[in-house]
Design a protein around this ligand. Structure first.
Ligand code: 13P
Ligand code: SF4
Length: 355
């Protein structure tokens, strides 16, 4: 492992049967007013309690539709923030660990983004539309919403790019440089039309640029290497390689396909028995696919398997405490997005959801 923050080698986790039955009892007690949402990267002993599982897009749509009073989000902070933004005033959203952030979302801070925006708009005569990946803070979503921009997830980045290009002629994409580049290249743009914001372009360079890429990334998906793709192709002739859109352009281009966690699940589940898959994403999902489809061979693209340390902060113990707090009328795990931020962040999310 590279020693990068936010990523570690997969660890098997177990929980006592007493703890698991205590959660079951609490869930039953609260059932009329509770829904638990779970992201695909959660550990099995947490995800088994989710009423709805899904990728970021599915879960944010579900959060918007939910009628329940209490919504417990087993995922990372920005996901729970989105649920709070999209639900009504009389609904409460909780996350079992308030420290379960997303390292990539933390790479784009509002002040720094505002500063860069100011410099870019000062040297460009064309309209720049800000687009943020859902893996960003509510504050960044509000920044984007206030300027007529949109949110996207890894499921709908393509159509969101199309919409942004109807609204303007350039995109500022935050915070994932790889999802931004992969989407743009997939749409037929060339590398010269992409600009990584580790430095600013001058007025002359501005002309050809169509997408400015914020220099953020996911340390988990950055672990996958082109060499991993070549190694698996050599060892397993006929293998299909599918990776998450947060992997580097080189890995995506060497693979057969890329997409969201749901797209990965969908592809593997609809493949014929006997097929072989190399999957480049978080290990909890890879292992679940392996178990769910014993008639297919599912391999992790990175031999050992990598896990997201912050997703892993959600444990059955913390889920139990959160449910207990809700039942006793005092959970400390509630997420409350500032109303002013909520307003603009919601407009950016709604522009995406209405596509
Ligand atoms: P999905 O929307 O594809 O589930 O991805 C979320 C995520 O954080 C991937 O690292
Ligand atoms: Fe964030 Fe990467 Fe973890 Fe997804 S896997 S939540 S992008 S750190």
């Amino acid at each position: 492992m590279s020693g990068e923050k936010g990523v570690e080698t997969f660890r098997e986790s177990t929980s006592s049967p007493e703890l698991l039955s205590a959660i079951k009892v609490l869930k039953k007690e609260l059932s009329s007013e509770l829904v638990i949402l779970g992201h695909h990267y959660q550990r099995d002993d947490v995800l088994q309690f989710a009423d709805i599982t899904g990728d970021s897009l599915i879960l944010s749509r579900k959060a918007a539709e939910m009628q329940k009073k209490h919504i417990v989000f087993c995922g990372v902070y920005f996901m729970a923030e989105c649920a709070d933004i999209l639900t009504e005033e009389d609904q409460a959203v909780y996350i079992p660990d308030l420290e379960a952030g997303c390292a990539m979302a933390d790479m784009a801070g509002r002040r720094q983004v505002e500063e860069t925006w100011g410099k870019l708009t000062a040297v460009s005569d064309e309209t720049i539309i800000p687009v943020t990946y859902i893996n960003s803070s509510a504050d960044i979503k509000a920044f984007v919403g206030e300027r007529g921009g949109l949110v996207c997830t890894s499921s709908n980045a393509g159509p969101v790019f199309d919409r942004a290009m109807e609204l303007g002629s350039k995109i500022l994409f935050l915070p994932d440089r790889y999802l931004g580049a992969n989407t743009a290249l997939h749409k037929g743009m060339n590398k010269k039309q992409l600009w990584l914001l580790d430095r600013l372009p001058d007025r002359r360079q501005m002309k050809d640029i169509r997408v400015f890429l914020w220099d953020g990334y996911c340390s988990v998906h950055r672990q996958f290497r082109v060499e991993d793709v070549y190694r698996l192709r050599k060892e397993y002739p006929g293998i299909r390689i599918i990776v998450h859109g947060e992997c580097s352009e080189a890995v995506v281009q060497a693979s057969d396909d890329f997409g969201s966690t749901s797209a990965i699940i969908q592809q593997v589940s609809s493949a014929p028995a006997g097929s072989i898959w190399g999957v480049g994403t978080e290990e909890h999902l890879v292992r679940r696919l392996k178990k769910r489809f014993p008639d297919k061979t599912v391999l992790s693209l990175s031999g050992k398997g990598v896990q997201c340390t912050t997703m892993y902060r959600i444990t059955p113990e913390k889920l139990q405490k959160t449910l207990q707090g809700i039942r006793d009328g005092g959970s400390t795990q509630r997420i409350r997005v500032n109303p002013e931020i909520k307003h603009y962040a919601k407009s950016a999310l709604m522009r995406m959801l209405s596509l």
